[in-house]
Design a protein around this ligand. Structure first.
Ligand code: PLP
Length: 504
């Protein structure tokens, strides 16, 4: 770890020795962008090229991606088959030349099943418009139908009737909540699971966190999530007692009665530190919502498209939401999100009340169709299950190190959290950040590293590789992670002077 110094944030641009090109770009970004645009990650990796599970830095260092962006590139980075489908839906003339998808832009049309205009002007090529706004493109109609059908065919998808498109997860959450509130204006109160993360903007922010955060929305009340019961994956099969959680709901019902119209939760607390609850907890919430005619919104923005071992988390957890919110992996890298759910709830909003510039954008729709096609045509989940077992075995081995407090994750899925703890004079956040750096530094012999993000809740490092990671890639990458932890253990040193960490 001799050339990687940063384990705590400072106002100076991050630099790493021997990385001149990366340092140049880090410097530019530190001049021309505010630091608030990023959460703190001590490596601040610069990614010049990416393919599959790999990133390459400008210096040519290869990194195994243990982030998938931020749980977005579930199918890996730049998959050829996905890209070809995406181009096909857009009507972009794309041919694969020597294994590389190549755009051949001429003003001759290619047919993508709809139109073949022969008279497009010089300097342009006829394809699906990149923006259509209020107009309808055929791929929008197809994407909405295909997404609804895919959800309906999934156990628990019985209430999936319409798609409310959005361009980011927090927008889709906002729209889901707008619709739920509009269903009955006399029922403005929303219950949200404490320490959940639904986004930083608007109503998504209002249902994020806990009652002790600044600027709370008076319509929102927080309910407890069984974090203690799932603090480590060794507790996965322990019996779960829902009684205290039921009591809390009963008390809120006594206090607010029918004013409570909506409940929102994540299947597992993602941004809150990777807490994967017993199924019985979510099933209890669903039951309570049904009995009390409360709209049950499941935020799958990060869980969807395979993270929990099934295509959708409501299937893994055996529940049937009224509205499911999708994002991240939905477009495998194209910014797209959606709230999908009951027609009668969405009907409460009138023309324009859920519209904006980017929703149902053709690029979004093409990316969703390509993603649906890929999951339908390959057994991506079977591959993920196999690699999941290898990664999880390795992560469990991390628990022998004194700085690792717990490991949590989805059984058969592709998302875990490693919680660090204070020991040997270093705080949990310092250990977590040092771990991110040590994994980046990686294997001296091959110069391969592992790309991670700065810790969640200051001390939980999330592991979320693409679902397409092969068994061999899983074995090689987890070996790098274990070797990094070994090095940290052997180099236990006095704590650095500064203990201040910016919020992540
Ligand atoms: C569960 C969950 N909901 C919502 C969001 C917000 O999504 P976005 O960042 O696209 O607005 C996130 C993002 O991390 C998330 O994890």
């Amino acid at each position: 770890m001799n050339h990687l110094h940063h384990s705590t944030p400072s106002r100076l641009p991050i630099e790493h020795r021997g990385e001149a090109k990366s340092n140049h770009d880090r410097g530019l970004v530190s001049v021309y962008e505010p630091r608030s645009l990023r959460t703190y990650t001590p490596t601040q990796a610069v990614l010049a090229r990416s393919a599959g599970v790999y990133h390459w830095t400008p210096e040519g260092k290869r990194l195994y991606d243990y982030t998938s962006g931020v749980l977005v590139a579930n199918l890996g980075h730049n998959p050829i088959a996905w890209m070809e489908r995406f181009c096909h839906y857009m009507g972009w003339p794309c041919q694969t030349v020597s294994g590389v998808p190549t755009l051949q832009l001429t003003n001759n049309a290619i047919g993508n099943g709809h139109i073949v205009p022969q008279d497009s002007p010089q300097g342009y090529f006829p394809a699906v418009a990149m923006t259509a706004y209020n107009a309808i493109t055929p791929i929008e109609a197809l994407a909405s139908r295909r997404l609804v059908e895919t959800l309906q065919q999934t156990p628990g998808g019985g209430r999936m009737e319409q798609v409310m498109w959005a361009a980011s997860g927090s927008e889709a959450i906002q729209k889901a909540l707008w619709a739920a509130l509009a269903r009955d204006r006399t029922r403005p109160m929303i219950l949200a699971t404490r320490y959940g993360f639904h986004g930083k903007k608007g109503l998504a922010n209002a249902v994020t966190g806990s009652e002790t955060d600044a600027e709370r929305d008076p319509r929102v009340r927080f309910i407890s999530f069984p974090m203690h019961e799932c603090r480590d994956l060794s507790l996965r099969d322990h019996p779960f007692d829902p009684t205290p959680y039921e009591r809390e709901l009963t008390a809120l019902l006594h206090q607010f009665g029918r004013k409570i119209g909506t409940l929102i939760t994540e299947p597992y607390l993602g941004g809150g530190g990777s807490y994967h609850p017993p199924r019985a907890y979510l099933q209890m919430l669903e039951r309570w919502c049904r009995i009390n005619d409360v709209i049950f919104i499941l935020d799958e923005v990060q869980a969807n498209f395979g993270r929990t071992g099934d295509l959708f988390a409501f299937h893994s957890y055996g529940i049937e939401p009224d509205i499911v919110v999708l994002g991240k992996g939905l477009g495998n890298g194209v910014p797209v999100a959606a709230a999908v759910g009951r027609r009668d709830v969405f009907d409460a909003l009138d023309y324009g009340e859920g519209s904006d510039t980017w929703s149902a954008n053709p690029l979004n729709c093409a990316s969703v169709l390509a993603t649906l096609d890929e999951f339908a045509s390959h057994d991506v989940l079977a591959n993920a299950r196999q690699s999941s077992a290898i990664i999880e075995d390795g992560l469990i081995q991390l628990k022998r190190f004194p700085f690792v407090a717990a490991v949590r994750g989805e059984r058969g899925g592709m998302v875990w959290g490693i919680e660090f703890q204070e020991t040997a004079g270093r705080s949990a956040p310092e250990w977590a950040n040092a771990f991110v750096l040590a994994c980046y530094e990686g294997d001296h012999a091959t110069s391969d590293g592992v790309h991670l993000l700065g810790p969640l809740s200051k001390k939980v490092v999330r592991v979320s590789p693409p679902l397409t990671i092969t068994a061999t890639e899983a074995r090689l990458s987890i070996a790098i992670v274990l070797a990094a932890a070994e090095r940290m253990a052997s180099e236990i040193a006095p704590a650095p002077a500064s203990r201040h960490l910016a919020p992540v």
